[in-house]
Each structure stands twice: as C-alpha cells, then as structure tokens.
Design a binder for this molecule. Sequence first.
Ligand code: SF4
Ligand code: SF4
Length: 182
Amino acid sequence: MSGITPDISDFATKENLDYYDDLTFGKWLKNIGITIKSCLTGLAITGKVILTKKAVTIEYPEVREELPSNSRSRLFNDVDNCIACLQCAAACPVDCIYITATRRDKEAPKLKTDDGTPIKLDLKQYTIDTALCCYCGLCTVVCPTECLTHTTDYEFSQYTVGEMKYDYLEEDIRAWKHRIVK
Ligand code: SF4
Ligand code: SF4
C-alpha cells in the first residue's frame, strides 16, 4: 500500500482472485446461506437479551425510580420543630447552613417541638445553600429534634446557582414536606 489511498492491487491476492474465478452457483448459494445464518445468530442473541435481561434504563420522566428511604437527597428542615440550636451549622463541613434567631419574648406563649423540646428562640432565617452542600448528612445526624432530614426527592435542579439557596421559612419551601417523588 502506498500513501493514504489503498492500492486496489493490494487486495488482488492470488487466493482472492482464484476464489472469484472459481465462484460457482453452489458457492454463491452457500455464501447466501452463511450470511442468513450469521444474521439469525445475531438476532437470536439480541432477542435472548431482550426477553431475559432486566432493562437497565427507565423512560424518565414518564417513569420515575423511587430512591431507597435512607437516600441522602434534597434536605428538608421542618422549621416548626427547629430549636435554632446551630448544631447543624457547626457540623457542616462546607458552612452552607445559615441560621438567624432571636430570644423569645418572655411573655410569648410557651412553644414545644413535637418531641417536647422547649423552643426558646424565634427562628428568623434557616437557609441552606444546596449548591455548596456535599450531602454528607452530618447536619441531620446531630439535629436533636430530628427536624432536619434528607428526603428522597432528587428533582430540584435550577437554572442558576443562586436559586439553589433555599430558605426553609418560605411557604413554598415548607410545602416540600408533603412532596413525594412518584
Ligand atoms: S449534608 Fe453535609 S454539606 Fe450538606 S448541609 Fe448537611 S452537613 Fe452541610
Ligand atoms: S440541628 Fe436541628 S434543631 Fe438545631 S438548628 Fe439545626 S435543624 Fe434546627
């Protein structure tokens, strides 16, 4: 072979030329038989895989997988049970939890969380920048009232990084509590 273009004479070996010179009707039929057999062999392998193997993909978004209950996906803080103890923010390795709270008025009605823990501070801000979060789960482990949890919700992509910062005191974010991935 010379240069980039193959020289046709390179393929015109004695064996090749002899084969085509000797091509009889019988050999021609045999070639067709071999071709059909190899196609059927390939189709049989494909058919066996289709019928016996479980599909590894799903037709998302029409079909949605439900994550295991212990998945560490979107964080949710049920702020009505948050005592603003700051333990989650202290445990966070990337400092993406921002909490503001003020001391409760002494005259204000006494409040308790669902597990009976007194609420001594008024939560003014509870924000997590989920664009920074590495989903390590440390914040949920230390939460004394277990109000901060990972959910199995994985559909929370946004158009901008700024939109990944969630204030859990906002009504639309509170509504996540009842959101279930179907
Ligand atoms: S999961 Fe980890 S990185 Fe994310 S907010 Fe909690 S402690 Fe911080
Ligand atoms: S650890 Fe729990 S209770 Fe304490 S501030 Fe964080 S979310 Fe609220």
